[in-house]
Ligand binder design. Structure first.
Ligand code: PMV
Length: 326
C-alpha cells in the first residue's frame, strides 16, 4: 500500500539537548515546542512485493550512506511492528534547506513515521506515532501532535512521547525564521547529544530545568508572550553555552547569527517586543507578535548575510495527505 504524510518542523522553547538513554533516545529533560506552518516535509512510502530492496530518495539532495541507513532502520521498526518483510520505496521532500538546524530530522522522521505506518496497514494512535517517531529522531516526536507541544522525557520507550499542551491558535504569535546558512552542518544534532556530559555546565543546565519548565507552562497558560519570549531566549543561549563548552566544542553560530542576536537585543531596548531562539545550526528564529512582522522583516533585510526570511504561524502536527510524490 502507498501513503503520504506532511509534517511540520518544530521550534523548541525548552530544548532537548542530551539523553538519559542513548539507545531508546530518551531525553535528559522534558521539552516544549511549537509546530511551524511554512517549513515542512512531505514523504510518500510504498511497501510492495515488486521492490527487490529499499529505495530511498530525498528530492534535491543525495543522501549519504549514514542518512540512508537511518531511514531504512526506521522502516525496519515499522516492518517489525506490522510483521511484514516487504521492501519499500520512499520519496521525501523538504520545502526548506536540509540539515541546517531547521529541524529537518524532526519533520522528516515525523512524516516518514506517519506515511510508513499507514502504508504498512497499521492503525496507530497519536501517542504510538509519537513514540515511534522519537526512535528515528528525538525531536520528531514533537512534530506529531498539533500546536504547542510538550515531550515528556519518560522512563521507558512507552512513556516518552509528545502531546498537545495548547492548540495552534492559543497564542497569537509568529516565528520569523532568518536563514543565514543553507549548507549542511558538519556535526549532526544526533552526534551532538552524546557530547553534552563533557560540558562543565551541563549539570547546571539540567538542575535548572524543572523550574524553567514550570515557568514557561505558566506563561503559555496565561498567554503571557513576554515571559514566554524571555524564557525561550535565555534557554537557547543556555543550550548553546553547553554546546560551545563540550569536548569537542560545537560552534553552530556564524557571524551573521551573532549579528541578529545583538540586533534583537537592541530592537527590544527600542521597545520592539521580539525574542530569538536557535537550534543546532546558525539560523535564527525570532518570536514576535503578528502586528510587528513588517517592522521586523524591514530591519532584518538591513542585516548583511541573510539569505531568506520565512514567516511561520503555530500549526497542526503530522497528517496523511492524498497527493503522492510518485
Ligand atoms: O532530534 P534531534 O536529534 O535532531 O535534536 C534536536 C535538538 C535541538 O533542535 C537542538 C533542540 C530541540 O529540542 O529541538
Amino acid at each position: 500500500m502507498k501513503a503520504t504524510a506532511k509534517a511540520p518542523a518544530n521550534i523548541a522553547s525548552i530544548k532537548y539537548w542530551g539523553r538519559k538513554d542513548e539507545k531508546l533516545r530518551l531525553p535528559a529533560n522534558d521539552s516544549i515546542s511549537m509546530n511551524l506552518s511554512e517549513v515542512f516535509t512531505i514523504t510518500t512510502v510504498e511497501f510492495s512485493e515488486s521492490y527487490k530492496k529499499d529505495e530511498v530518495k530525498l528530492v534535491g539532495k543525495k543522501l549519504d550512506r549514514k542518512e540512508e541507513k537511518r531511514i531504512i532502520d526506521h522502516l525496519d521498526r515499522v516492518r517489525n511492528l506490522a510483521k511484514i518483510k516487504t521492501f519499500a520505496k520512499v520519496v521525501t521532500k523538504n520545502n526548506f534547506p536540509t540539515g541546517t538546524g531547521i529541524a529537518s530530522s524532526a519533520s522528516g522522521f515525523a512524516a516518514l513515521t506517519v506515511a510508513a505506518v499507514k502504508a504498512s496497514g497499521l492503525e496507530f494512535s497519536e501517542r504510538q506515532l509519537s513514540i515511534l517517531a522519537r526512535q528515528g529522531s528525538g525531536s520528531a516526536c514533537r512534530s506529531i501532535p498539533d500546536g504547542f507541544v510538550e515531550w515528556k522525557s519518560g522512563s521507558s520507550s512507552d512513556s516518552s512521547y509528545a502531546h498537545t499542551l495548547f492548540p495552534p491558535d492559543w497564542l497569537n504569535i509568529v516565528d520569523i525564521l532568518a536563514v543565514v546558512e543553507k549548507k549542511t552542518k558538519k556535526i549532526s544534532s544526533s552526534e551532538g547529544h552524546a557530547l553534552t556530559e563533557s560540558s562543565p555546565f551541563y549539570g547546571v543546565r539540567i538542575s535548572g530545568m524543572k523550574d524553567k519548565l514550570k515557568k514557561i507552562k505558566q506563561a503559555l497558560t496565561n498567554k503571557d508572550f513576554k515571559t514566554f519570549g524571555e524564557i525561550s531566549e535565555a534557554e537557547a543561549v543556555n543550550m548553546h553555552a553547553v554546546m560551545m563548552t563540550s569536548c569537542p566544542p560545537l560552534y553552530y553560530w556564524t557571524p551573521e547569527t551573532l549579528k541578529i542576536i545583538l540586533s534583537v537585543i537592541e530592537w527590544r531596548e527600542e521597545g520592539l517586543p521580539v525574542y530569538f531562539t536557535i537550534d543546532a545550526g546558525p539560523n535564527v528564529h525570532l518570536l514576535a507578535l503578528p502586528e510587528e512582522i513588517d517592522k521586523i522583516v524591514q530591519r532584518l533585510k538591513r542585516i548583511e548575510g541573510i539569505k531568506g526570511i520565512i514567516i511561520n504561524k503555530p500549526t497542526e502536527g503530522a497528517k496523511t495527505i492524498s497527493t503522492h510524490l510518485f
